[in-house]
Ligand binder design. Structure first.
Ligand code: ADP
Ligand code: MG
Length: 686
């Protein structure tokens, strides 16, 4: 049960003054559904304004505070035209205070003709007139107050304004309780960190490295603790020792010899499975490294030992694809493989459920549906989780271990995480690495092309398709929100469809799953030649005849993500090409990053370089796609603070593994605050 002290923080945003259905929508879009989310919605930056006597002193685009005399109101007839208030500074320069839509009502009230006002906002040029659009502040007195004001700038969604968000954050902060200190006291003193509540207040009030570090540290500590708790719990559980006799694996008729790395990984898994402590192993291997076969070998060991195995995929598409390839591979062994997703209904579903219960199905592939309460197994002893990072790690591990004995767990990921970050994402799992690609892979020719040459690129795609091959076209990632990504993809789709007709299919995150699958299937069968997509194709999808990939606005993607995308091609025997389309204004770093993509295909190297080049940037470009394990801590903070948080967590576990003492109780609060409560649930009274 969540500690009572946290209740105010988990209240919905609707309980705040001024939040109704209309405001709730944009808040939800930003993921701000509870007060907790609001207090952690940190400003992206702060503006500080400069007070000027006349607008001649100010540059275009500058944030200023200036005293103005209101001379005239213009507009009001046509509701769609802007409403302009003309005003002049102390030497008679006239500028326009410009309002759109309903904001004009405020203007009428705040700016009576003939009076002076202090106005704060961004000075811009419009035609031959200077203007301030929607001034941030209009005050009768107090130019000085405005000047000293350092204001937060928050990430917004349509329907929200800065003052509105700031007001809500303020309300939420006012309701935030004092929480007990969970950090080690020496650490807090050494770093001069404020207490939790004070840190939040300061993080919204101005640049404050100590406050932000403390709050990031909290998150890292919560994560480290949760992973340790799950790990400790796992060590205490009994697993089912699985000793295979090789009978099924011997019948696998693979068309290729295994690589050394594959053989080694399978042996490591085999070694874990015979133990009576449940396996908790991460299989890390670049795209195309051949993880599927390793997973299959592991699952066959379970089946040889008379048990069942399950493979959990992050999406419907991937579940289907895994099912197809595993069924094909497993065919000669006689192991019975089934698919179960949330979309299976009726008799087919019933019969799968029966098969799992009576043991006539050996291996089930599916989405999270395979762990629903209604799904019973005769003897589920091993679980493979594909693309682990898409799920909360521990959460899945807990889910997987709801049986009497805990199943052995193999987590697979293609995200080449630098060593420093493995610890953060996975805690102390055992790791098997596929660091060797199957032989005969051709390098993917990678070129960087300016967007201005889009026509040439389209012509190139046309020639490519005419030769009977297929291609991917990845649309730009518009940062604001997923809707914008979809809009961009649909626009590109419309344009390319003109050119290529019905050969083109579109896939994006907001399509109904049936539509998405239908489009993917047409492409996989070869009926469609060109697949236009947002980043939903990022993981897993395997179409060997697709040998060309175009990525628009490549500079916006993280290197690791580009690498993952590029890994969709180069899967067959044909030579593959990847075209990275770039905008014309590139920073030096962006240039370097794209050059690196051209240079290497080593995912681990790209990940390390990404870290180096971007410094305190986003975590491997995964933050915007929601894959990062962290919401608060940025990469720089992770690099500086993770190890400390980890040691701190371990010390606490050694002293008070049940989290029963004073600091232990505080740590429980922390775990609930960061919704790592699956960690607490491993404890008595948790
Ligand atoms: P990933 O690690 O990305 O999941 P897959 O398991 O999908 O990679 O394997 C990629 C491709 O490589 C598949 O077509 C698979 O059949 C093939 N493959 C796997 N292992 C080998 C090997 N040892 N030799 C040659 N090809 C292999
Ligand atoms: Mg795979």
């Amino acid at each position: 049960m969540r500690p009572d002290v946290l209740n105010p923080l988990f209240a919905e945003t609707e309980t705040l003054e001024g939040v109704g259905p209309k405001l709730k929508k944009p808040l939800d879009r930003l993921g701000l559904t509870r007060l907790r989310d609001l207090v952690y919605h940190f400003p992206e930056r702060f503006v500080t304004r400069r007070a000027v006597g006349t607008i001649d002193e100010a540059g275009q685009g500058e944030q200023i505070v200036v005293k103005l005399l209101v001379i005239e109101h213009r507009g009001g007839r046509n509701p769609r035209a802007p409403y302009r208030v003309l005003a002049q500074d102390s030497v008679g320069n006239v500028l326009s205070l410009t309002y759109f839509g309903r904001a004009s009502y405020t203007a009428k009230k705040q700016l009576p003709v003939g009076e002076s006002r202090w106005v704060a906002g961004k000075l811009e040029r419009y035609g031959d007139m200077m203007q301030i659009v929607h001034p941030d502040h209009v005050l009768e007195e107090g130019g000085d107050t405005l000047q000293r004001l350092c204001e937060p700038v928050y990430r917004l969604a349509e329907g929200l304004t800065q003052p509105k968000v700031a007001g809500l954050v303020e309300q939420a902060l006012a309701r935030a309780p004092e929480l007990p200190e969970w950090c080690e006291s020496g650490q807090v003193e050494r770093e001069g960190w404020p207490a939790w509540r004070e840190a939040l207040r300061r993080a919204h009030g101005g640049e404050d490295a100590a406050a932000r570090d403390r709050l990031a540290y909290d998150e890292l500590l919560a994560n480290a603790l949760a992973l340790m708790l799950v790990r400790a719990d796992n060590r205490q559980r009994k697993g089912q020792p699985l000793k295979g006799d090789g009978s099924l694996r011997d019948r696998l008729a693979l068309p290729f010899p295994l690589t050394g790395a594959q053989t080694r990984s399978i042996a490591e898994i085999e070694g874990d499975l015979v133990q009576d402590t449940p396996m908790l192993r991460l299989l890390q291997g670049d795209v195309g490294a051949g993880k599927t076969v390793v997973a299959l070998a592991g699952m066959l060991i379970a089946v040889e030992a008379g048990a069942q195995a399950a493979l959990l995929a992050p999406t419907e598409i991937l579940a289907r694809q895994h099912y197809e390839s595993l069924r094909r591979l497993a065919e000669p062994t006689g192991a019975r493989v089934a698919l179960l997703t949330g979309r299976d209904k009726g008799r087919a579903r019933e019969s799968t459920l029966m098969g799992l219960l009576d043991g006539s199905i050996d291996i089930v592939i599916g989405t999270h549906a395979i762990f629903q309460d209604k799904v019973g197994y005769r003897n589920l002893a091993m679980v493979v989780i594909d693309e682990q990072h898409r799920f909360g790690v521990g959460q899945r591990l807990m889910l997987a271990s709801k049986g009497r004995t805990a199943p052995h767990v193999l987590a697979m990921t293609a995200t080449p995480i630098p060593r420093t970050l493995t610890l953060a994402q996975y805690g102390e799992l055992d790791v098997s690495k596929l660091d060797e690609l199957p032989p005969g892979r051709q390098a993917i020719e990678t070129r960087v092309v300016p967007l201005a040459r889009l026509d040439e690129v389209a012509a190139g795609v046309e020639r490519h398709l005419a030769s009977g091959q297929q291609a991917y076209w990845v649309c730009p990632m518009v940062r604001e929100n997923e809707n914008d990504d979809t809009a961009a993809a649909e626009a590109r789709y419309a344009a390319l469809k003109e050119r290529f007709g019905d050969d083109v299919v579109l896939v994006h995150g907001q399509l109904a799953p049936e539509m998405k699958d239908a489009a993917m299937e047409r492409f996989a069968r070869g009926d469609a030649k060109l697949l236009i997509a947002t980043t939903v194709i990022e993981v897993g999808v395997d179409v060997p005849k697709a040998t060309l990939m175009v990525i628009e606005q490549a500079e916006r993607f993280g290197l690791a993500q580009l690498h993952q995308l590029r890994g969709r091609v180069g899967r067959g025997s044909e030579k593959s090409t990847c075209l990275l389309l770039r905008g014309d204004q590139l920073s030096e770093t962006a240039r370097d990053r794209l050059a690196l993509m051209r240079e290497t295909q080593d995912g681990f190297r790209l990940a390390e370089e990404d870290l180096r080049l971007r410094g305190g940037g986003e975590l491997l470009g995964t933050r915007q796609s929601g894959d990062s394990a962290f919401q608060i801590a940025d990469l720089d903070q992770i690099t500086r603070l993770l190890q400390v948080a980890h040691d701190d967590a371990r010390l606490l576990m050694e002293r008070d593994g049940g989290l029963e003492g004073k600091r232990g109780a505080a740590a429980r609060v922390l775990l609930y605050l960061f919704e790592r409560d699956f960690g607490v649930k491993t404890l008595r009274g948790g």
